[in-house]
Design a binder for this molecule. Structure first.
Ligand SMILES: Nc1ncnc2c1ncn2[C@@H]1O[C@H](COP(=O)(O)OP(=O)(O)OP(=O)(O)O)[C@@H](O)[C@H]1O
Length: 299
């Protein structure tokens, strides 16, 4: 592992703007140890490797081998609690892997948005922890329930700006995306003048400008017309990496997810593979109705 690991350590440490001394302090080791790891004279033990991957915001595979394994753990959520006026999350433990395509389900107010906000760092948990093995700055894309758009820009300007920020700017690429997302006619319309569904499509386009290892979508199809909803689910099928989607749109979701989580009473009450649901001749909707109601009944 020596050469690749040494190279990765130097590159990732510099990317995080950490000196050898900074890193040594965080790991409770001497600066000389870091220097030896970087020279390939010595290697850290597994416990230090795990801590290193957390500090550097990458998976263990990426740190050691320089590439990711899609079966890799990308998030480890332990003992998470969060309360507002009332408790919302009551002890969430969850492992999320690079290949997962997760539908996060639950009744209104169950805490789904709160959970994903804690995952992407908008909210701090009261207790517990989210260990992320990806680099949130480069590898995480989020589409929230609110469209985060600049109303005074034209559609084309908004896309150009986002493409520049995401470092994926190319006129051809932008034109292609605008066509794909059926916003060609609105290219020179001010964002503030778009309909709700068009704003949603634009938000989705902006979210998907760059590739990610983790894509979080909070009720992405709300306000979209049927054609756009069809388009959205088909498009999602081609998106790589892990996807966590909060949705109440049961019409088509069977095709797009591999794993379903049911959030209820602040806990993950069910965590099931879609194959298992289908092997019982159920759709996700039937499964959801059965388990959400059953839990309600038991309560
Ligand atoms: N910033 C906040 N301040 C106070 N209470 C909040 C806040 N955010 C969420 N809540 C409360 O936490 C609970 C869970 O809200 P959350 O939005 O996470 O649920 P949800 O499962 O996403 O619901 P929905 O399906 O309706 O979007 C609700 O009772 C909500 O009122």
């Amino acid at each position: 592992m020596k050469n690749i690991f040494s190279h990765q350590l130097i590159t990732l440490r510099r990317r995080k703007k950490l000196s050898q001394n900074d890193l040594a302090r965080k790991l409770y080791v001497s600066r000389q140890s870091i220097s030896k790891w970087e020279n390939g004279e010595n290697e850290p033990g597994i416990d230090k490797l795990i801590t290193l991957s957390e500090i550097l915001g990458v998976s263990l595979d990426f740190l050691i081998l320089g590439k990711d394994n899609m079966n890799d753990l990308i998030l480890k959520i332990s003992g998470l609690t969060k309360a507002f006026a009332q408790p919302v999350l009551n002890g969430i433990d969850l492992n999320i892997y690079g290949k997962d395509r997760i539908a996060l389900l639950g009744s209104n107010g169950a805490g789904k948005s709160t959970l994903v906000k804690v995952i992407y760092g908008e909210l701090q948990p009261d207790t517990g922890r989210v260990a992320s093995y990806i680099n949130n700055k480069d590898d995480l894309n989020v589409m929230t329930q609110d469209d985060v758009l600049m109303e005074d820009l034209k559609v084309i300007e908004q896309v150009q700006l986002a493409a520049l920020i995401d470092k994926v700017y190319s006129e051809e690429f932008i034109e292609q995306l605008i066509r794909k997302f059926r916003l060609e006619k609105q290219k020179n319309t001010f964002v503030g003048k778009l309909s709700g569904g068009q704003k949603r499509r634009l938000s989705l386009l902006l979210t998907l400008l760059r590739d990610s290892k983790l894509l979080i979508l909070d009720e992405p199809t709300v306000g979209m017309d049927l054609e756009s909803i069809d388009f959205f689910w088909r498009y999602l099928d081609h998106v790589g990496g892990c996807v966590i989607t909060i949705t109440h749109d049961f019409n088509q979701i069977d095709k797009y997810f591999s794993r379903v989580l049911l959030l209820k009473d602040g806990k993950i009450m069910q965590d099931v593979s879609v194959d298992k649901i289908h092997s019982h001749n159920q759709t996700i909707e039937q499964w959801y109705r059965q388990f959400n109601n059953e839990e309600e009944h038991v309560k």
